[in-house]
Design a protein around this ligand. Structure first.
Ligand code: PNS
Length: 162
């Protein structure tokens, strides 16, 4: 049985993430999408909300499950018995950062990272940019699933009223 961890912040999940998750799910028997908890960063969505949105967006993929983890990613991978991490690569900036993390993770644990080149349709997408654009009224409707878009606009409106 082959399995891999697909980690990230997913605040919120975008169509770019979903493209990578879908393609990873075609290569492994099981993919666990893991929301990594960062206690020093207040997200737009809670970890539970992020998990709900990923679960809804991947409900049609039988071999994808969702989890969260606080701590080193490789500790989670080892605990779960996974020997691979899967990441999407959008471009050179991602590569520099991801290569360093992949090498550190390999050194720490022997867990290897496999990269999936982003679909060019989505290579400009990031959760941060989607949030920024949506906050200032830009149209991000085709960058995230419909249910994420609805929740995103609602949360931005709530935050603006705070
Ligand atoms: O979606 P992101 O924010 O680009 O994901 C980055 C993430 C969360 C996957 C990365 O920061 C991570 O793996 N954090 C967990 C803590 C850890 O293992 N750090 C050492 C990395 S070498």
């Amino acid at each position: 049985m082959t399995g891999a961890v697909c980690p990230g912040s997913f605040d919120p999940v975008t169509n770019g993430h979903l493209d990578v998750i879908t393609r990873a799910a075609a290569q492994f028997d099981e993919i666990v999408v893991t929301v990594m908890i960062n206690k020093s960063k207040r997200g737009l969505f809670t970890v539970d909300e992020r998990i709900e949105m990923i679960a809804e967006a991947t409900a049609h993929l039988d071999n994808v499950r969702i989890s969260s983890w606080y701590g080193l990613l490789v500790d989670y991978a080892k605990e779960q018995g996974y020997t691979a991490i899967v990441k999407g690569l959008r471009g050179a900036n991602d590569f520099d950062y991801e290569l360093q993390m992949a090498q550190m993770n390999q050194k720490l644990s022997g867990v290897d990272t496999l990269f999936i080149p982003a679909n060019p349709t989505y290579s400009f997408l990031s959760s941060s940019l989607v949030k920024e654009v949506a906050t200032f009224g830009g149209d991000v409707a085709d960058m995230v699933p419909e249910h994420v878009h609805t929740r995103l606009l609602a949360r931005i409106a709530e935050r603006a009223a705070e």
